[in-house]
Write a protein that binds this ligand. Structure first.
Ligand code: FHN
Length: 620
């Protein structure tokens, strides 16, 4: 976030035994990059596009300071609140029939625009209490908030100067109030991060539908985002409405996403942005956004956050009483943390601005569970271990030298829970959080049997804290990176135009960048050579994120072959490496035309996914 006072913001007039396996698990699931669309709007003159020599990758989101709070906090509150909330999920048509929907009610119920605008003019969320909202999030253990600043209906929840379709100029709400400013003030006071949801797809803006006027819409969108960043200093922006849609046709392109990301990071280098800033691809934004689902394992090549409703609607629907139980919420949160993700759980305030009591009750109960017996340690600052397999009886997260086995299927008396080790591992002790009952740990087959005694501590989950001694590691490396040779052609022909030492393999040239100012943005190639030195003897997963082509050799063997030109995608290879040994490494990337990316990550038992760090890389 911006290094500025963040006081009340006011809008001025902002991984058992390693198996020796060297093979390739090529998973080239990818979608071809779409052609570069028309350049984005001419953002303000002072924000020039990058151009040749620009690498838009500013850091590794898996380990950077910029994302550290987000990766630690794990659990956020989503708030869907807008003009649609005023209808509370129901629209009675002139013929007396009732149509039900929440935040999509205007479109799904074919509410005529003038009728929708008239109802919005009566919107008066006078009971919206920012401190109560933040208090509810804190009590839930939710450490960041993401509120809809503008949903698909285009209605702005702040006093934007770009139109009069907003809570200040088009409602019955007190024109002296600004709910985003109130929320910013309350969040700052409570030490809770604030983010804004912003829909790219806009059903209301008259310039959105036509190709001729879409640039004018984008210019207004940039201006609104600048108002939000300058006026409220958000920690993150949660884009949505990026997909190819109709009514109105959504012309948002990968190029638009690239331009917008560059613009936002020039506005605020500390900003975190989700993948819907572009087209929800592995190269867009800082993290993926699976919705109403939890990935079965860590997501290749990127951070991720599952967003979910508490009932079945995002916006308020007064008839929807299908609430998730507290146990479901807690178990979802533990599963998300154990797979290295975040959980963004939604509330939909009613037309008065109040969070429904059933939401508040479940959120408070979740917070009480997290606060009890240190059970929150299984979530906050915890992540994917890789040292053990994910069991059928629950989930396991890791925080330092502790594993948190969160049991959701408690064993019958005298029976045990099996934990498969994926690397040499010693369990030094085991105890149930919230119980003095004994837990016996017995080496068994490919891992350990945990035999607890006594009953579970509750219906949500019972957490067994295992103090572990992870596999011995080689001394830390002092690598300086790889030799990087780049050519102004995609055939590596002739002498390289540029040779440097690249600390890591982490490039996002997008549409306008290239390895050097002397190399044009299309038809170039880079070869990284040197050695990679792991700390552990184990099977690592090497993951590449690339566009247009990639090849990776380890100890002279081709382990990733993405030589057919492709759009942004991930490829993976399982590679056995020896602790402290310097394995020969060669990576080749070429760019034909359009956008270009190349990242090399690793993960494995006890190694959370990250871009292979500089200390493990040595130049040829
Ligand atoms: O269309 C929206 C929907 O209304 C809601 O905002 C969700 C929340 O992530 N996002 C879109 C559907 O993917």
């Amino acid at each position: 976030m911006r290094s500025r006072t963040t006081g009340p913001a006011r809008l001025l007039g902002t991984l058992g035994a390693a198996t020796a396996l060297l093979g390739a698990l090529l998973t080239g699931a990818g979608t071809p990059a779409t052609a570069a669309a028309a350049p984005g709007p001419g953002p303000a003159a002072r924000h020039q596009a990058g151009g040749p020599g620009t690498n838009h990758a500013v850091d590794d989101p898996f380990v950077s300071e910029r994302t550290s709070w987000w990766r630690h906090d794990r659990f956020g509150m989503f708030i869907h609140f807008g003009a649609y909330s005023n209808l509370e999920g129901e629209y009675t048509r002139p013929d007396g029939t009732v149509c039900r929907n929440a935040e999509w009610i205007k479109r799904q119920c074919a509410v005529p625009t003038d009728v929708y605008e008239r109802q919005a003019a009566t919107f008066d969320p006078a009971a919206f209490d920012a401190r109560a909202v933040v208090r509810t999030a804190k009590e839930a253990g939710q450490r960041y908030l993401v509120i809809t600043a503008k949903h698909h209906d285009g209605y702005a929840m702040w006093p934007t100067r770009q139109n009069r379709w907003n809570l200040r100029d088009h409602s019955a709400f007190d024109p002296h109030r600004d709910i985003l400013a109130e929320l910013k003030e309350a969040a700052d006071a409570a030490g809770v991060k604030l983010g804004f949801y912003y829909s790219i797809w806009d059903w209301h803006d008259p310039d959105f539908p036509s190709p001729a006027t879409f640039p004018r819409y984008k210019k207004r969108m940039y201006a609104q985002l600048k108002e939000l960043v300058d006026g409220y200093d958000p920690a993150l922006l949660w884009f949505d409405g990026e997909w190819d849609a109709d009514r109105p046709v959504n012309r948002w392109s990968p190029r638009d996403g690239a331009d917008l990301q560059a613009y936002l990071h020039r506005l605020d280098p500390g900003l975190i942005v989700n993948n819907r800033v572009g087209k929800k691809r592995v190269v867009d934004g800082d993290y993926g956004t699976p919705e109403q689902e939890i990935p079965a394992e860590p997501v290749a090549g990127r951070l991720w956050e599952s967003c979910m409703t508490l009932n079945d609607h995002w916006g308020h629907a007064r008839y929807d009483t299908h609430w998730k139980s507290t146990a479901t919420v807690v178990r979802n949160l533990l599963a998300v943390a154990g797979r290295g993700g975040n959980y963004l759980l939604n509330v939909g305030p009613d037309r008065h601005g109040r969070i429904p009591q059933p939401s508040v009750d479940r959120l408070r109960a979740t917070g009480r569970w997290l606060a009890a017996h240190g059970q929150g340690d299984a979530v906050y600052g915890a992540g994917h271990t890789g040292l053990v397999g994910e069991p059928s009886w629950g989930t396991v997260s890791r925080k330092g030298d502790a594993l948190y086995a969160s049991v959701t299927a408690w064993p019958a008396a005298g029976t045990s829970l099996h934990l498969t080790a994926k690397a040499p591992l010693r369990i030094m002790s085991a105890r149930v959080l919230g119980s003095s009952r004994k837990v016996t740990v017995t080496p068994a087959g490919d891992g350990f049997d945990l035999t607890p005694s006594g009953p579970p501590t509750g219906p949500e989950a019972t957490v067994i804290r295992l103090a572990v001694r992870p596999p011995a590691a080689a001394p830390a490396g002092h690598g300086t990176g790889l030799t990087a040779q780049s050519w102004a052609n995609d055939r590596f022909s002739g002498p390289p135009a540029v040779t440097t030492i690249a600390p890591v393999v982490n490039v996002a040239y997008r549409f306008d960048g290239s390895p050097a100012a002397s190399i044009p943005a299309d038809h170039f190639g880079t070869r990284w050579t040197g050695t990679i030195r792991p700390l552990h003897s184990q099977t690592y997963t090497l993951t590449t994120v690339s566009d247009d082509t990639v090849r990776v050799w380890v100890d002279g063997r081709l382990v990733i072959d993405g030589s057919r030109p492709h759009g942004p995608r991930t490829d993976r290879a399982a590679v056995a490496l020896t602790a402290g040994h310097r394995h020969a490494l060669r990576v080749e990337h070429t760019e034909r035309t359009g956008e270009a990316y190349m990242k090399l990550l690793w993960s494995g038992p006890g190694q959370e996914q990250q871009i292979v760090p500089r200390g493990a890389l040595y130049p040829s």
